[in-house]
Design a protein. Structure first.
Lengths: 195, 195
DNA sequence: ACCTGAACACCGTTCAAGT
DNA sequence: ACCTGAACACCGTTCAAGT
């Protein structure tokens, strides 16, 4: 807020004429940036799973550079036109994959939530640390784990930390898609509208 | 930091003798709270999927009350003894489900990441808003969506927002488990240790 | 050697006062 | 009626000075 106000050569109070609070500002900025989300040259021809990995990947990579936006998007679900367009595209691809409608409805939510979380995780990490010091702590803890207390952790060892962020991301999305495709929705316990 | 220091009748500077920064303090507090994570009365007898839904559910419910901790856990992976014990329990259950070791290794990460994200999402929402005003914005946007611009959103309609947080959470975890069980890991592109 | 008061450099938000 | 300076109520972190 203050940074933007300074950029505009005014006091921070002036911004509150246009937005109610920081989250609302973030939502507006995010929707603007979402206009840039992949033009998807071959979205129609590619396999639907690959298309979704790419689409969600480009959504995530936009957010990684702006962890503050990712945080806001996680907490206050965006509802701007470009976000809705993204939802629409994800839904279209899920349907193309033959996913039943009820699972498309819940699946789009978990896919976007997950993509947003990954962006927040990586984005803040990049902002905070110089590389190499990075996940040091967890890696050390895992390597020091004794077979007495944590036998399974020791057995799996370095594989717990293997892979690049990109290869993990692709696997994560495919896991979600496969799971969505084969996990029936629970019956809706009656909730009189929604809760 | 300042709140804790005040509680201890001293200045905030004194805390920096014991912790390097806020994230480290958060990590220590979180690990302490993780000591309370479900004693799991029937973890051995229950179906492994049910046991995991409950275990991750109790992890999440601890974090929901403290969104600040969830945020830290998302950004700086915890590495305390109680967190490792949680990882160990999740791994044990995944193996009991017959999940191959390499997918257990990557699966525990996505499960805990997801549980942490859900806690952050719900926790901050509870903190910020009075109920009812809640997701109003997205709900309105969806209902106002015109069939021209967003045909699939309109077709799915209210089902996009149906379900209770609990029923969604259970479905989400089952989606992840089913996906993990059936999605082969990509080959590790060579990374000389890790990156 | 160990601890900490006071300061530094920030935040988001409000509201009375100005034009 | 519309905008905003100045203040309010916070943060996390540092460091010189005290014991």
């Amino acid at each position: 807020m203050r940074r933007l106000a300074a950029e505009l050569d005014t006091g921070p109070a002036s911004l509150y004429v246009y937005v109610a609070n920081t989250d609302e500002l973030h939502a507006a900025v995010l929707d603007e940036m979402l206009g840039l989300v992949g033009p998807a040259p071959d979205e129609v021809s590619a396999r639907w799973t690959d298309a979704l990995v790419r689409l969600l990947g480009s959504y995530t990579s936009i957010l990684v550079g702006h962890p503050g936006l990712a945080r806001s998007a996680l907490v206050t679900r965006p509802s701007g036109p470009n976000y809705l367009a993204l939802v629409e595209r994800v839904l279209t691809l899920l349907r193309r994959g033959g996913i039943p409608d009820d699972r498309c409805a819940w699946g789009v939510d978990i896919l976007l939530l997950f993509a947003t979380s990954i962006a927040l995780e990586h984005g803040t990490r990049l902002k905070a640390m110089d590389p190499a010091e990075d996940e040091e702590a967890l890696a050390r803890a895992i390597r020091q784990a004794t077979a007495n207390n944590y036998p399974t952790i020791v057995a799996l060892g370095d594989d717990l930390l293997s892979g690049t962020p990109q290869s993990r991301f692709g696997w994560h999305i495919r896991v979600l898609l496969a799971g969505i495709a084969m996990t029936p929705r629970p019956p809706l316990d009656d909730e009189h509208g929604r809760s």
